[in-house]
Design a protein around this ligand. Structure first.
Ligand code: GDP
Length: 445
């Protein structure tokens, strides 16, 4: 869960508000006190927190509210709006354009997650249909090129770099020119994050910028950096004038508030957040849904977009089967595949109002391993078995032994899959056919 502790405290402060019958100054002060101390303990800048408190008090002004207005709603909306302001500088970040070259340069301290985020972003755009590639301009750190090469190869992203060239300006220029000629649409340049002296690092950044003329410069910040994020982002802003921020390591126990304060200090928008070490753990950042999720209020629109982006087209065959009152073993496998495609359940749960914290308290994500195991059982079945209604296994139980052996599981687990399938088939029979629920629903609709 993103910023788990902060989210837990903010959610509980907000539920103290919604659960109360009398909304008066005393309650407002108590709620604000809890919100502010949660923010402060997450390293959000003291001045920003003070401003938020003042602003909410001023805007709500309980005494002057006419009788009959929904005070709870007004307080809730004001708090949400002020929290959104904290992470939204109201500045548009550069949006890459299809069909043309978009050069994106990364800056940030060593260890912030720059190289990882470069690859994640290249992959993100590649999935959106952009022709993406990576250039390694970090000649300072031994092994930097190897790391980028490894990540890029894993994600199947073309890359450029050198083991022998020591001039980062020359490498970045050569790489960008080469990929421009080859009509790449997203060219991401990873730069060094450390030097003998800070001054040298900043001078190098400026030289690379002049050489490759990026359309966008992104600063990468580690969420766990705390209050130091402010001075760091200020220094980077003054030299590289970056136009967007990526905050990494928002998963786990990061406090995150320091990095969030960087938005206000530099008046620069966060564009993505890193939520894990894996290549797909990069989320587009948008202020309102982010705050909404942090407060346990969910993000239904985000969930819909997420589901649509997964292209769960195998559903069509299953729906047709359901209409006819049948459900094959293959349908069950496709459904389980869809569950996996949804990603970690914690992520999905945090998009549903009230579910994020509940899911955490239930022990979090341990389902995907189990689902994978069930899928591997079905992957060991023959085509005929997959397309059947499961009865072939009853007719010949040795099939179960064969599947268990093939998938490295036990017969008991194979039986479990088949009993799950039988249950779904039973439901399909009730729903489908001429007199089934689906036919009735279609008739009404
Ligand atoms: P660089 O020196 O700035 O290029 O940083 P790296 O890309 O090498 O990342 C430093 C470490 O942070 C590596 O171990 C990464 O796997 C890890 N890392 C990067 N982004 C994230 C993230 O969003 N979440 C977590 N948990 N780890 C991350």
């Amino acid at each position: 869960m993103v910023l788990g502790e902060l989210s837990r405290r903010l959610t509980s402060a907000m539920s103290a508000l919604t659960g109360s019958n009398i909304i008066d100054e005393k309650l407002l002060d108590a709620v604000l006190k809890e919100i502010c101390s949660a923010l402060l303990e997450s390293d959000v800048n003291v001045k920003l927190v003070g401003n938020l408190r003042k602003s909410v008090k001023q805007k709500v002004n309980l005494k002057d509210l006419p009788a009959g207005v929904n005070k709870k709603r007004i307080v809730q909306k004001t708090v949400v709006d002020e929290l959104i302001k904290l992470v939204d500088p109201k500045v548009e970040a550069y949006k890459p354009v299809k069909g043309k070259t978009n050069v994106i340069m990364f800056v940030g301290l060593q260890g912030s997650g720059k190289t990882t985020s470069c690859t994640k972003l290249a992959l993100f755009y590649q999935k959106q249909g952009f022709k993406s590639c990576l250039v390694c301009a970090d000649t300072f750190r031994a092994g930097a090129f190897d790391q980028l090469k490894q990540n890029a190869t894993k994600a199947r992203i073309p890359f450029y770099g050198s083991y022998t060239e020591t001039d980062p300006v020359r490498i970045s220029k050569e790489g960008v020119d080469k990929f421009k000629k080859e009509k790449f649409e997203i060219i991401i340049v990873d730069t060094s994050g450390r030097h003998r002296q800070e001054k040298e690092l900043f001078a190098e950044m400026v030289q690379i910028q002049q050489a490759v003329k990026p359309h966008q410069t992104i600063m990468v910040l580690d969420a766990s950096i705390g209050q130091a994020a402010e001075s760091q982002s200020k220094a980077f802003k003054e030299s590289s004038n970056f136009g967007a921020i990526i905050i990494t390591k928002m998963d786990g126990h990061a406090k995150g508030g320091g990095a969030i304060s960087a938005v206000a200090v530099t008046q620069t928008p966060i564009v993505f957040i890193g939520t894990g070490e894996h290549m797909h753990e990069l989320e587009r950042f948008s202020a309102q849904p982010f705050i909404s999720k942090l407060l346990g209020m969910g993000d239904i629109q985000g969930l819909m977009e997420h589901v649509q982006s997964l292209n769960l087209d195998k559903n069509k065959g299953m729906i047709k089967n359901l209409e006819q009152g049948t459900f094959t073993v293959r349908d069950l496998r496709d459904q389980m595949g869809n569950i996996l495609k949804l990603g970690p359940l914690g992520k999905v749960a945090s998009m549903l109002p009230g579910m994020g914290q509940m899911f955490e308290s239930m022990g979090g994500d341990d389902t995907s391993g189990r689902v994978k195991r069930l899928i591997s059982i079905m992957d060991s079945m023959t085509e005929k078995e997959l397309d059947s209604d499961g009865r072939v296994f009853n007719a010949d139980p040795s099939r179960m032994t064969r599947v268990a052996r093939g998938s490295g599981t036990s017969v008991r687990e194979v039986e479990e899959v088949l009993s799950q399938h039988r249950m779904m088939l039973g439901m399909a029979k009730k729903m489908g056919g001429k007199n089934g629920m689906m036919a009735k629903m279609n008739a009404v609709g």
